[in-house]
Unconditional design. Structure first.
Length: 381
């Protein structure tokens, strides 16, 4: 039965179909050659995916989007599609581990060279770009897990001056931040804030149409496609995106303010705090400060472990941005393949704890942190 044109569903249906058909070979060929709209095979896209792609592109302030089966796939497949043998990539110690692995281990096997710097070293970025022909500058802001804030305007200006593309992993900032900057390619893990409920994996590559069109053929061949039902769940998650994100940011600010007053905390990183080195830059670049907090405990790794295990509302788990509050201890955060200089750049030490604040009652979260600090202090005193 066909739904009448003036009787539309309020919630778009899931197109749970791998294949689509036309009435003739001629129209099929026209679609395959890009001469008409339509769908052919869901490994490329389908109506459910396309709705999400266009929604995300608008939110990020760009023309188009490609979806992938995970955030790591969005980062990795777009870099594989953009880079060629002999290219050079600049990346940073303050970045997602799988991204570093791809650049150092995988792209390196295929003749793509790299330079690893600190995101704080803008002069180093400029020197490297001036001295080495560079294809791509890949960075995060804020960085995961210690929340360094990149100078996006300066980095994109330098890259463009020297003919390099920029790719920003914008996951921690969310799909509504940083669109005003001259970033060539945004990548996101939709598993985090867009999904919002920790029950579905997905990723997105967002850029102007010319770049997306140049990536489309390679990305389809790689085959890491997003499932239609996952796309439907993410589109549903977007309906509460701003409600969740605003609540999480405000709660994170309250938790950070509380932690800032505690003597057990030797170092605290949250961009919303005036004491954060990147606070002024974050105020200029972002509409809000995110839901993640990084802290170091004076009692060292054992205090950090006890603190983590004593929390009851923060679950020990990977990821961030879901409705539940999460925590990671230093034993689960420290890079295992960095030299001393790279480890210093990362600012992850043996007492660093990462909190991802959810949507629970903030006073309950603060009370939970308070009792966990007490437990850690009693254990190490």
């Amino acid at each position: 039965m066909t739904v009448p044109a003036d009787n539309r569903p309020l919630v778009a249906p899931i197109y749970q179909s791998a294949k689509f058909t036309f009435d003739s070979v001629e129209e099929t060929e026209r679609q395959l050659h890009g001469d008409r709209e339509g769908f052919w095979y869901s490994r490329k896209t389908n109506p459910t995916l396309r709705q999400l792609e266009l929604t995300l592109a608008v939110l990020q302030g760009r023309e188009d989007c490609l979806l992938t089966a995970s955030g790591a796939a969005a980062v990795n497949l777009s870099m594989l599609a953009l880079c060629r043998q002999g290219d050079h990539v600049i990346f940073f110690a303050e970045m997602y581990k799988p991204t570093q692995h791809l650049i150092r281990r995988v792209l390196g096997r295929y003749g793509v060279r790299h330079t690893l710097l600190s995101i704080d070293d803008v002069d180093g970025i400029e020197r490297t770009l001036a001295n080495t022909s560079t294809r791509l500058v890949v960075f995060e802001s804020p960085s995961n897990p210690v929340l360094k804030v990149a100078d996006i305007s300066r980095i994109t200006e330098l890259a463009k001056k020297h003919g390099a593309l920029t790719m920003l992993d914008n996951t921690l900032a969310g799909v509504h931040n940083h669109g005003q900057f001259d970033v060539d390619v945004f990548v996101h893990s939709l598993t985090k804030y867009v999904s919002g409920h920790g029950d579905v994996l997905g990723g997105a590559v967002i850029a102007d149409r010319k770049i997306i069109d140049s990536l489309r053929a390679d990305m389809a061949v790689f085959g890491a496609s997003l499932d239609a039902h996952a796309a439907f769940l993410m589109q549903r998650g977007l309906k509460t995106y701003f409600l969740r994100y605003e609540r999480q940011c405000q709660s994170a600010m309250d938790v950070a303010d509380y932690l800032d007053s505690r003597p057990e905390v030797s170092s605290l990183r949250y961009p919303g705090l005036k004491s954060h080195p990147g606070h002024d830059l974050a105020c200029a670049q972002q509409k809000d400060f995110g839901s993640m907090i990084a802290l170091d405990l004076r009692g060292g790794p054992e205090a950090a472990r006890v603190f983590t295990e004593s929390l009851s509302l923060f679950s020990i788990s990977a990821s961030l941005g879901s409705t539940e509050s999460l925590v990671l201890a230093p034993q689960l955060l420290q890079p295992r393949d960095f030299d001393a200089q790279q480890l210093a750049w990362s600012e992850i030490n043996d007492s660093t704890v990462r909190l991802s604040v959810g949507v629970e009652d903030v006073q309950d979260l603060i009370a939970d942190v308070e009792q966990a600090l007490a437990a850690a202090g009693a254990h190490t005193s």
